[in-house]
Design a protein around this ligand. Structure first.
Ligand code: ADP
Ligand code: MG
Length: 377
């Protein structure tokens, strides 16, 4: 565990970057520091590996004050990833990743072998190892930065806006990749960002800082969205927070009703008899949804053909046995709202239709959960 105890950093010019920060960071989890520019995120992060020393207070790593440890030894157990990856431009990608193991006494050969494995771990093809950093895209460079930080297999990883300089689509991939990696590695990750959406996506816990280096709120993403502590946090967490909070509630247990369905290729007469309220979902031989037909659309054709369908809305997954695989209330509501028939389609793990929900059903389930105290109101 990493523990900040009344940590303050006052720079020589008098700027108080971090003001009496108290925070306990859990092992094996992603803790995100988020806040506007200049609120002390980088300073807080760098005090953990002693690139910056605190003015007062202490930071304990597994119960030991970091200031009692030799910086070089301390940093051996702490990987560090920064915005522009910080790679050595005149070393190959493979040698960039192998740097730390070589420094700590591994043979060049063993270090390169390990580096090649790490490239694969972060989703890069082995051939890229022979290139120089400038010959990679921004997203690829960031992956190399992560691989390099993992090379000494440190239990702790500090990441300072590592994905801020890449475009949104690549950023999304890198975030997914980090979550996948973390599910295998269980590192203690402290991740800094100014992007609240990134914080909510990645964080097991999120610390919201305000300018002046003061902690505003430290909570799970769900709690931050549901119960921001004050106006600053509420405005920082932003628009649509009520809707986004539904993303943390499981759709497991929402009553799924019947939905009229028609096998693709059915003759029109048969299909007409199957409509419910003028609509039916069209399914393939495995009962997977292909789209919708309506009363009106059927009046111009002889049979229900795949190319004539009205495209469906989003789907959401349910599994009668396991809550773990169910989509969220947000998925279920979106499914209902985006459906041309106003009926969201629930599918099982194989993508087969299980039934349908209306937006009313989803909102009623939410109201019930609130009444029974399962959800903060
Ligand atoms: P963030 O990472 O949240 O943008 P920083 O930790 O970099 O914030 O900076 C926090 C505050 O400390 C800012 O006001 C910044 O200008 C100031 N600061 C950062 N580094 C120094 C320094 N070396 N000397 C003086 N002030 C600094
Ligand atoms: Mg910063």
């Amino acid at each position: 565990m990493i523990e900040f105890q009344a940590v303050t950093k006052r720079y020589d010019d008098g700027t108080v970057a971090v003001d009496s920060l108290d925070l306990a960071i859990d092992d094996g989890q992603i803790t995100v520091f988020v806040g506007p520019s200049g609120c002390g995120k980088t300073t807080s992060l760098r005090m953990i590996n002693r690139m910056i020393d605190a003015t007062s207070g202490s930071i304990l790593l597994d119960g030991m004050d970091v200031r009692a440890q030799h910086p070089a030894l301390l940093r051996r157990g702490i990987g560090y990833v920064i915005q522009h990856a910080g790679l050595f431009p005149h070393r190959t990608v493979l040698d960039n990743v192998a740097t730390v193991p070589v420094l700590t006494g591994a043979s060049r050969r063993a270090a390169r072998r390990r580096a090649a494995e790490l490239l694969e771990t972060v989703g890069l093809p082995a051939e890229l190892g022979r290139r120089y950093p400038a010959q990679l895209s921004g997203g690829q460079q960031q992956r190399v930065g992560v691989a390099r930080a993992l090379a000494a297999d440190p239990p702790v990883l500090l990441m300072d806006e590592p994905f801020s300089a890449v475009d949104p689509v690549v950023r999304d991939d890198l975030q997914d990749e980090l979550l996948r990696l973390q599910s295998e590695l269980d590192k203690t990750i402290v991740f800094v960002t100014h992007d609240i959406d990134e914080a909510i996506k990645l964080g097991d816990k999120v610390a919201v800082l305000r300018v002046g280096g003061r902690l505003a709120q430290y909570d799970t993403p769900a709690a931050l969205l549901a119960k921001p502590i004050d106006d600053f946090v509420s405005s920082f967490v932003g628009r649509d927070r009520g809707y986004r909070a539904l993303g943390f509630l499981s759709a497991h247990g929402i009553p799924v009703g019947p939905v009229a369905s028609v096998p693709v290729g059915s003759p029109v007469e048969q299909a007409r008899g199957l409509l419910d309220n003028g609509w039916a979902v069209v399914v393939d031989a495995e009962n997977r949804p292909l789209g919708w037909v309506s009363d009106r659309a059927l009046s111009t054709v002889d049979e229900v053909r795949a190319e004539d369908l009205i495209s469906g809305g989003s789907l959401y997954q349910v599994d009668a046995e396991s809550a773990g695989t169910a989509g969220s209330l947000r998925n279920a509501l979106d499914s209902a709202l985006s459906s041309p028939a106003a009926l969201g389609i629930a599918v099982d793990a194989n993508g087969a239709v299980v039934g349908g929900v209306t937006a009313d059903t989803v909102l009623r389930a939410l109201a019930d959960a609130r009444r029974s105290g399962e959800v903060p109101t």
